[in-house]
Ligand binder design. Structure first.
Ligand code: SF4
Ligand code: SF4
Length: 279
């Protein structure tokens, strides 16, 4: 049975899609966004051991060349994440579908759905293809993928067939701007956005206004035009940059005030009207 590498599970969550949800954060991402809020989800742990000494609870041990996490001792202080030089976490665990279902069952009466996020959840396609149909059959919950679409097109197509919808993150438009923000091009991302639209599986498109990168009314208007072409019901959710969790060059950057966000989104609102939502 395929296993997923899981960074953490948050339940209940009210920010990872509509209603009350379980959010399953899968480890690993091919992008390196300067505004990433979850940099500890980027790569699997390399077992370098640098985090073991900083744990004030003795929850980390180096055993046979690997870091072991004792969850029962962990105080979730995040000092290990701050100490990791690799953008990882020693608290990741592997779960197969049976194990995930065991965690989901007690919550089913209280949930509207489950969102797989990350990291880039679609990079663990084999795990998702195994567990989404079983989750659907047993729980009937709404199953969403929070994705930037940076994955092989055939894998994405297969995932669209078993997911109820996608929360699709459009980081930037224009090859140069996309590379500056994420470290990668946007080609297959936009092709996968088109695949999701043709499958009728886009729950919402999301983008973040990042100071110095995407705080550009013309780019936001172009993203709105892109969304307008995807189908009449697709909303665009625009969030202002927030520094929580961000490392590197933007760690000290201030949050985008709501009034600035409204102003920057003026041309986009002219395109989408009520389908544009600010967060
Ligand atoms: S979050 Fe990390 S450093 Fe803090 S107690 Fe848990 S394992 Fe230790
Ligand atoms: S979590 Fe980071 S610091 Fe800790 S062992 Fe893994 S790679 Fe090293």
């Amino acid at each position: 049975m395929p296993e997923g590498l899981v960074n953490r599970v948050i339940v209940p969550s009210f920010v990872d899609g509509p209603g009350s949800r379980m959010a399953v954060f899968l480890q690993g991402c091919g992008l390196a966004c300067v505004h990433c809020h979850n940099p500890e989800t980027r790569v699997p742990c390399g077992s370098c051991g640098a985090c073991v000494e900083v744990c004030p609870q003795g929850a980390l041990e180096y055993v046979e060349g690997r870091v072991a996490h004792r969850a029962e001792r962990c105080a979730a202080c995040d000092r290990c994440l701050e100490a990791c030089p690799n953008g990882s976490s020693p608290r990741c665990r592997t779960l197969d579908t049976d194990a995930l279902l065991a965690e989901v069952r007690p919550w089913v009466p209280f949930l509207d759905g489950i969102t797989f996020t990350g990291g880039e959840c679609t990079l663990q396609g084999a795990f998702l293809l195994d567990c989404l149909p079983r989750l659907k059959a047993e729980t009937g919950l709404d199953l969403l993928l929070d994705t930037c679409g940076d994955v092989d097109g055939d894998v994405f197509e297969a995932l669209l067939a078993v997911a109820d919808g996608v929360l699709f993150d459009v980081k930037a438009l224009g090859e140069e701007a996309h590379r500056a923000l994420t470290g990668a091009g946007a080609g297959r991302i936009l092709r996968n956005l088109d695949r999701a639209a043709r499958a009728g599986k886009i729950t919402e498109v999301r983008t973040v206004v990042v100071p110095g990168f995407t705080d550009d009314p013309a780019m936001l208007r172009d993203i709105a035009l892109l969304v307008a072409g995807l189908g009449s019901g697709v909303p665009l959710v625009v969030a202002g940059f927030r520094p929580q969790g961000v490392q590197g060059a933007l760690a000290q950057e201030k949050a985008v005030p709501p009034a600035d966000l409204e102003h920057l989104c003026g041309p986009a609102r002219a395109v989408l009207g009520d389908r544009l939502r600010l967060r």
